[in-house]
Design a protein around this ligand. Structure first.
Ligand code: 5GP
Length: 212
């Protein structure tokens, strides 16, 4: 029987796009299909975050040791902190047939695509600039300078998006979850992902035609 290999999938998007919630729902709905990679970072945990759940929180020295030992699939510096994807877990899950989702920013995503061209890149956005502004403004408690800063960051967050494969416009959570699920299910049927299956069936047919 054909051995299923998982698809490496990268999800990026504006802060406030809802990408984290979409991925959380996708994993809850289809736990047998997907695994979420947990990144390592040198930033401090926010209230409510725990080591090994949202991130592996590491010192700069420990992170640099991981880089030196080639333990990361990619890493990037974002707002003065290191963020990186530990290699071992991703490889293990892909071999087990799960599609592994990395929720990372664009620099890291593009490095992954260069190294592993079969990666699927998804970018999540709110429906419009006005909606993004509304979501980043939050409850109206932030100063104008903070809001401006967030919107300028959003401009950087989409720099390079043309290299992505799919744009997910977040009008409504449930339909986004289904959209991501169907994109990935369709990806599995692409000819380039079926090479070993095709080789096997072609070899069997060739042997049959030769009367073996
Ligand atoms: P935050 O500090 O808000 O959790 O994350 C900041 C940014 O770092 C987000 O855009 C997030 O997607 C990105 N990020 C998280 N983990 C990784 C990673 O392993 N590699 C890269 N390149 N970016 C990451």
């Amino acid at each position: 029987m054909e051995k299923k290999t998982g698809i490496l999938t990268v999800v990026s998007g504006f802060s406030g796009s809802g990408k984290g919630t979409i991925m959380k729902q996708l994993l809850e709905k289809y736990p047998d299909n997907y695994a979420l990679s947990i990144s390592a970072t040198t930033r401090s945990p926010r209230p409510g975050e725990t080591d090994g759940k949202e991130y592996f929180f590491r010192s700069t020295e420990a992170f640099e040791e991981m880089i030196k030992n080639d333990e990361l699939l990619e890493y990037a510096c974002y707002v003065n902190n290191y963020y990186g994807t530990p290699k071992a877990y991703v490889q293990e899950q892909l071999e087990n047939g799960k599609d592994v989702i990395l929720e990372i920013e664009i620099q890291g995503a593009l490095k992954i695509k260069e190294k592993y061209p079969d990666t699927v890149l998804l970018f999540v956005t709110p429906p419009s600039f006005e909606e993004l502004e509304r979501r980043l403004t939050g409850r109206g408690t932030e100063s104008e300078a903070v809001i401006r800063d967030r919107l300028c960051r959003a401009a950087e967050e989409c720099d390079g998006v043309e290299a992505y494969d799919y744009l997910i416009v977040n009008y409504e959570l449930d339909s986004c979850v289904e959209q991501v699920h169907s994109i990935l299910q369709n990806e599995h049927t692409k000819i380039k992902r079926k090479e070993s299956f095709l080789l096997e069936i072609k070899a069997a047919l060739a042997a049959y035609s030769k009367g073996e």
